[in-house]
Each structure stands twice: as structure tokens, then as C-alpha cells.
Design a protein around this ligand. Structure first.
Ligand SMILES: [Zn+2]
Length: 386
């Protein structure tokens, strides 16, 4: 399987200018190829495939000296990305968004495949003109294997990064014999069947939200187009970038712990949950970042040969995990305790739901023909290399 390993880059002002030229050339190739594609389609109803796009690139590089002066690999990668976006756009089952033109200043990323770069010590070579300007990588941890590709980018906070795609073999942990359901909620981030495996709400989230709101307020007070506004904008982006990396780090740590301990984890299919619940709660669901977390969890589980199973979340809250009877009333969000009139079970509401989501229990219920529809997790393309 593939994983992304991302490192800070130390980039001199001269290198920044050189990289900006690469980014600009990528934007040019994207926009020009996209223009060719829409013209061809509009006037001749002919699709522009990757091969003809690549031929045009060769032509442009012959005509424009500035384009030929920067490495060709990222430009080819841009065309491959565009080709993918166009195919997704025509996909009948899961149509993607129509590819858009990139605005000036909005494109600060470029990718090299294995032929386009090399690593020598702490240097990333080949990224800028003729390999004369190797970029310095801050190796915060070792790469597990030879990378397949690298993406160099500048984030909104102005920091530079190199993100390598590497192959990692799954580590076979073997079976631990433990399975659980996992219920995500507002009171606790996630509840399992084992109290000591529960994940409390992250402490940093509230602070981060406050800090972000503060810097956004500060930004809104600045006059448009002023120097101070530009400064406030960078500050806001820095806060947002910091929060995002904190959250990602936290998610991976929590998911890793769970995935190593449990063979199989049953989770709610949030797509169904979102359809079923009202809009306000749907918003809370996306705010809490559970969808992201579950993707991370699925990836961490696959990494150690374990499994995450997505299940239909309907009735998991109202059903008794002791006897399987369905409670007669719908539990309000404020009711923290589940009780069963049938067998007398009294249990924490989320713990009861977690038990109902245990995939082992689920398979059994499918076998006895209760018609519950369990489906295997499909990790959306691209998320596993997050
Ligand atoms: Zn019961």
C-alpha cells in the first residue's frame, strides 16, 4: 500500500523564485490544456486524450523558451491530473466536478515522478532547473523506502513542504481476538465496547477554534488591500494550518492505537447517517471531522492487517445490545442512558450503540436472516495516501 511522508523544506529566496517558475509553468500547462479540451469538445465534440495533450506539450515547449527552461516532469504530471479530472467529469456513476481554470497565485504545487528527481543525502535534486539547485529537506523521520514520487508545495502559511509517496508493506500484527463497534458522538468523540479504549473529545479543538475565530475577527477589521490585511491573512492561514496538522496528528495517533488493538472495528456509515438525520446534526457530524477520522482509521487498520467495516447505523441507538429488542421510544440526544423494558439492561447510550455496531454480532444477525445490510469499507481514492 501507499503512504505519504511529508517533510519541511528549507528554501532560499532564489530557490523560491525558481520554484515559482515551475508552479507558473504548471498553471500555464493546466489552463492551456484545459482550454484546448473545452474548445475541441465544444466545436468538434472530440475528446482530448492524454496522448494528444502530451504531443501539444512538446509543441509548446518547442515554441516557448521559458516553458522549456523548467523541468518537464511536473508539466506532464499536470496533464495526467487533468486527464484524470476530465475522465471523472464524464464518469456516469460518480461524476466529478468540471475541471476549472487555475487563477494566478492559486497554484503553488508541482509533482515529480521517480524519473524527475533524486535524493542525495539531505538534498532533493532535479526539482529546479537542471538539478543545479538542490533543495534541503528536513528529515524529521526516515523514509521507509525509495519514494515513487514527490510533490513540492507552499502552504497558505508560506511554509514549504516535500511530500513523498512511498510503498509500505502491511505489517502483519496477526489476530488479537478482539473486535468492537465504534460509535461516534458529540458527548465523547468515539465510544467502543471497552471503556479504556474510548476516545474523548480532543482538548485542543476548543482552543484552536477560539484562536481561529480571534484571528478571523482581526482579519475582518483590516482595510481591504492594505499591508496589514495581508499580514493578518497570513496569520490566519498559519493558525488554520497549525490546527489542521494538530488534528491530523491526533487522528492518526488515536486511530493507530485502536487499529492495533482490535481485529475488526464496525463503524457507522456516515453517508447513511447524514441522509437520515436532520440538517443541523449533519453539520455537527462534518464539523467533528468523524468522516476524516474513519478514513484514517480504515487506513491504519489495513496497515496492520486488520479491518474496518462500515455498517448501516439505523436503529443502533434504539436497539438493546442485550436482547435485541427495539426500544419503543426514540432516544433524544440529551438522554445519555439506554434502558431496556424487555431484559432490564441499563447501559451508557453510546456504549450500547457501540455493541450493536460490533461486526461479529452483525454477521450473526445477517445469518439468522434479519436482513441487516452490512457492507465492507471502501476507502475513497486518494485518502489512503493522506
Ligand atoms: Zn434488552
Amino acid at each position: 500500500m501507499e503512504a505519504r511522508y511529508t517533510y519541511r523544506l528549507q528554501v532560499s529566496p532564489a530557490q523560491q523564485r525558481a520554484l515559482q517558475e515551475v508552479f507558473d509553468s504548471c498553471r500555464f500547462v493546466w489552463n492551456t490544456s484545459l482550454g484546448r479540451w473545452s474548445d475541441l469538445w465544444r466545436y468538434e465534440q472530440v475528446p482530448l486524450g492524454y496522448v494528444s495533450m502530451a504531443a501539444e506539450l512538446t509543441d509548446w515547449r518547442g515554441r516557448y523558451e521559458w516553458l522549456a527552461a523548467v523541468p518537464v516532469t511536473p508539466q506532464q504530471q499536470v496533464q495526467r491530473d487533468l486527464d484524470k479530472a476530465v475522465r471523472a467529469f464524464y464518469d456516469k456513476e460518480h461524476p466529478g466536478r468540471r475541471p476549472r481554470f487555475k487563477k494566478k497565485g492559486s497554484h503553488s504545487t508541482a509533482s515529480w515522478n521517480v524519473n524527475g528527481f533524486s535524493l542525495r543525502g539531505d538534498r532533493l535534486c532535479g526539482a529546479v532547473k537542471g538539478g543545479r539547485t538542490p533543495l534541503r529537506v528536513v528529515w524529521s523521520r526516515a523514509l521507509p523506502s525509495v519514494p515513487k514520487s514527490v510533490t513540492v508545495y507552499r502552504d497558505a502559511a508560506g511554509r514549504w513542504w516535500a511530500s513523498f509517496v512511498v510503498r509500505i508493506g502491511p505489517e502483519d500484527l496477526g489476530a488479537t481476538g478482539a473486535t468492537t463497534g465504534l460509535d461516534v458522538g458529540l458527548a465523547r468523540f468515539a465510544t467502543t465496547e471497552f471503556a479504556d479504549a474510548d476516545i474523548p473529545n480532543p482538548r485542543f479543538a476548543r482552543q484552536a477554534a477560539k484562536a481561529l475565530a480571534r484571528s478571523q475577527r482581526n482579519l475582518s477589521r483590516k482595510v481591504k488591500g492594505s499591508h496589514n490585511r495581508a499580514k493578518a491573512k497570513t496569520a490566519t492561514a498559519k493558525v488554520a494550518a497549525h490546527t489542521a496538522s494538530q488534528r491530523k496528528d491526533w487522528q492518526h495517533k488515536q486511530a493507530c492505537k485502536l487499529a492495533r488493538r482490535l481485529d475488526r472495528i464496525g463503524v457507522e456509515d456516515l453517508r447513511i447517517k447524514n441522509m437520515v438525520r436532520n440538517r443541523r446534526l449533519s453539520r455537527a457530524i462534518s464539523d467533528a471531522g468523524w468522516g476524516d477520522f474513519l478514513s484514517v482509521l480504515a487506513w491504519q487498520a489495513r496497515k496492520v492487517g486488520h479491518e474496518v467495516v462500515r455498517l448501516d447505523p439505523r436503529y443502533t441507538t434504539q436497539t438493546c445490545s442485550g436482547c435485541g429488542a427495539k426500544a419503543k421510544h426514540r432516544l433524544g440526544l440529551a438522554e445519555r442512558t439506554f434502558w431496556c423494558d424487555g431484559c432490564g439492561l441499563v447501559e451508557d447510550r453510546d456504549r450500547n450503540a457501540a455493541r450493536n455496531l460490533n461486526p461479529d454480532r452483525w454477521d450473526k444477525s445477517v445469518r439468522v436472516g434479519q436482513g441487516v445490510d452490512g457492507r465492507k469499507t471502501l476507502v475513497p481514492a486518494g485518502t489512503e495516501a493522506a
